[in-house]
Write a protein that binds this ligand. Structure first.
Ligand code: 13P
Ligand code: 13P
Ligand code: MG
Ligand code: MG
Length: 369
């Protein structure tokens, strides 16, 4: 069995007409860079976009957080940024927040999800990429897939899956270091729910099978404003999930996406909107949204990828997209008001802080007689 690494490194380095989608030329420039400079380093790769974010999926034998693989992707994004600037694309180089490359791209702006795996005879996995939302956007679907038999029939039907899973959950509000907790299903499901209900702070980072001890899921956990100190775009997250056998079936991973949960990230990263499952290489539209998520299935042998199977390209998901559009319409009807906009703590990196500061000066305390 081959030991390989699956890596997704994703960044917004510029897009057409605002935050809609990258140009063909930009996408091609990133792909060409990986194709040429990745020789001898990568076994295989796939480049695609979700909204305005370009994701590079690669397979290699170098392990997670490998400096050469990360530098290759970083340099591909730097080269792409030149193309984006030359074309006058909006937000050219938006997610490349640091100068100069140091070790790996974690904490530099791009989103990263990686898995070190022992390839199974039939290795299938899903590549998720979401735009106009945040890493916690996967919390609910991951919880339902791995802990709820209403979505995961394997919890009842498969003795391996019934053994449960280990959730590693990160506190992304803690900026000094990575702060984690490990919790186990089924015994800790309510504590897991207590944390995951707060997707702006607690984010599933990885999930592990208790039967095989192998990792099934890896999610990017970057918080851009924690790096930049101001609003610089949303932390549009990627995830990798291995499926079948000791892991949930592909359809069990997809099942919760029927809900279209309200998540953070609509317009200026400051509003709540429903998460819409979309086809590969989809653009962004209504109110710079709605928040979208794409999912591509792959099989892999000795690191060689098949072509992607577009998981949300099916008549069923057209129906879901309609019902999610209705949810978007409903929340947009209340504009900036109440639950439609993010809480003050989440808006703390935007201009609303300056307005509040000014208003504070005008508040008076009524003197009691
Ligand atoms: P097949 O019988 O088509 O392989 O499907 C098995 C399965 O478990 C699907 O969830
Ligand atoms: P991105 O983070 O996808 O660039 O979106 C930024 C934004 O503010 C859209 O309104
Ligand atoms: Mg953008
Ligand atoms: Mg984006």
């Amino acid at each position: 069995m081959a030991k390989i690494t699956l890596s997704i490194i994703k960044a917004d380095i510029g897009s057409i007409g605002g935050h809609i989608k990258p140009s063909q030329k930009l996408l091609q420039s990133v792909e060409n860079y990986i194709k040429e400079k990745g020789k001898g380093l990568l076994i295989d790769y796939y480049v695609g976009h979700t909204g305005d974010d370009i994701a590079i999926l690669s397979t290699h034998k170098r392990g997670t957080l490998d400096s050469k693989v990360h530098k290759l992707c970083w340099d591909a994004f730097v080269a792409g940024t030149k193309v984006a600037k030359a074309q006058g694309l909006y937000g050219a180089g938006q997610d490349l927040l640091k100068e100069g490359f140091t070790g790996n791209v974690k904490g530099m702006g791009p989103a990263v999800a990686e898995l070190d795996i022992e390839e199974r005879p039939a290795e299938s996995f899903l590549m998720f990429a979401a735009d106009k939302t945040e890493p916690g956007a996967y919390n609910l679907s991951l919880y339902l897939t791995f802990a709820d038999p209403m979505h995961n029939a394997g919890l009842l039907l498969s003795p391996e899956i019934k053994k449960g899973f280990k959730f590693v959950i990160m506190d992304v509000a803690y900026t000094k270091a990575d702060r984690f907790i490990e919790l186990y299903t089924p015994e800790n499901i309510y504590d897991i729910a207590v944390l995951l209900r707060e997707p702006g702070r607690f984010v599933v980072e990885s999930i592990w099978s208790r039967a095989s001890k192998e990792q099934t899921a890896s999610v990017s956990t970057t918080r851009l404003h924690n790096i930049a100190g101001k609003y610089v775009g949303k932390d549009d997250p990627v995830a990798l999930i291995r499926t079948q056998k000791d892991f949930p079936a592909t359809g069990e991973v997809l099942s919760p996406y029927t809900i279209g949960p309200y998540v953070a990230g609509f317009m200026r990263g400051s509003h709540i909107g429903p998460l819409m499952p979309v086809k590969k290489n989809s653009a962004i539209s209504f109110f710079d949204g709605p928040p979208v998520v794409s999912c591509l299935g792959f099989s892999v042998k000795d690191g060689k990828l098949t072509e992607p199977a577009d998981a949300f390209d099916h008549p069923y998901w057209d129906y879901v997209r309609h019902s999610v559009s209705r949810k978007a319409e409903e929340i947009r009807r209340q504009g900036f008001y109440g639950a439609a906009m993010l809480s003050m703590s989440e808006l703390e990196y935007t201009g609303v802080v300056a307005s509040l500061k000014e208003l504070e000066k005008k508040f008076v305390i009524k003197k009691s007689k």
